[in-house]
Design a protein around this ligand. Structure first.
Ligand code: TIU
Length: 226
């Protein structure tokens, strides 16, 4: 019998306190591990960012993904993306700042942040496999305008383990949305990254401040069965 067939309990050493979960009530949610953010020529770079800072999260996220698959957790991959006609991209998002290319413009990996374009896909090391959930999200939070709430309710999921990019934008927004919806959320610190290392650290700290006002933070080394 594979471990995926028998629910396992985990007590994960975390801040501000241990995080308790089971393989059958917990999902791994990998946020926006896309070429558009992690590789040159995508949305992240057009905003003026040094995308090489995000590469550090890929290998730990792959380890986290392997752990979740080994233990039979539901795995959810999100992609920040817009419809080809940009009907789900408000001017408040598209017209912000002075990027070299705007959302929907043609870039070296296809149209920037548009669903189905090569640059909008998840990086090869984290490619979803059959049975995993893929969520296209038009906003920063993964619950906004997506079926995520319904997917998690159908599977009886109450706890979420997070990795992904960027820490202070789409990851933190989703963790706050999740907490408002009744989920306990834990962020694995090596499996997340920001274009601004100080923002990553601040986000980790603010998640666990005030007794864990947003959730929990753990090192990937703490992800061991009880
Ligand atoms: N710009 C930035 O830091 N992040 C985003 O635009 N989206 C996500 O975080 N996925």
């Amino acid at each position: 019998m594979s471990s995926a067939d028998t629910p396992r309990s985990f007590t994960i050493a975390a801040r501000p306190e241990p995080f308790h979960c089971r393989s059958d009530d917990t999902a791994l949610v990998l946020i926006d591990m896309q070429r558009d953010f992690i590789e040159p020529g995508g949305f992240g770079e057009t905003l003026g960012n040094n995308v090489s800072l995000l590469a550090a999260a890929v290998e730990p996220a792959a380890r986290l993904l392997a752990w979740a698959r080994e233990h039979g957790l539901l795995v959810v991959h999100t992609r920040e993306s817009h419809a080809p006609d940009l009907s789900d991209c408000p001017p408040a998002k598209r017209c912000r700042g002075t990027p070299r290319l705007r959302i929907g413009d043609a870039g070296p990996m296809g149209r920037i942040l548009v669903r189905g374009e090569p640059g909008n896909g998840i990086v090869e090391a984290l490619r979803p496999i059959a049975g995993e959930v893929e969520i296209d999200k038009p906003g920063k939070g993964a619950f906004y305008n997506t079926p995520l709430s319904q997917v998690l309710a159908e599977r009886g999921i109450r706890k979420l383990i997070f990795g992904g990019v960027t820490t202070e934008v789409c990851v933190q927004t989703t963790m706050r949305e999740a907490n408002d919806r009744g989920f306990d959320g834990l962020l694995v610190e090596e499996a997340t990254a920001s274009y601004f290392p100080a923002f990553k650290q601040a986000t980790l700290d603010m998640i666990v401040a005030q007794g864990g006002i947003v959730g929990w933070v753990a090192s990937i080394e703490a992800l061991r069965p009880r």
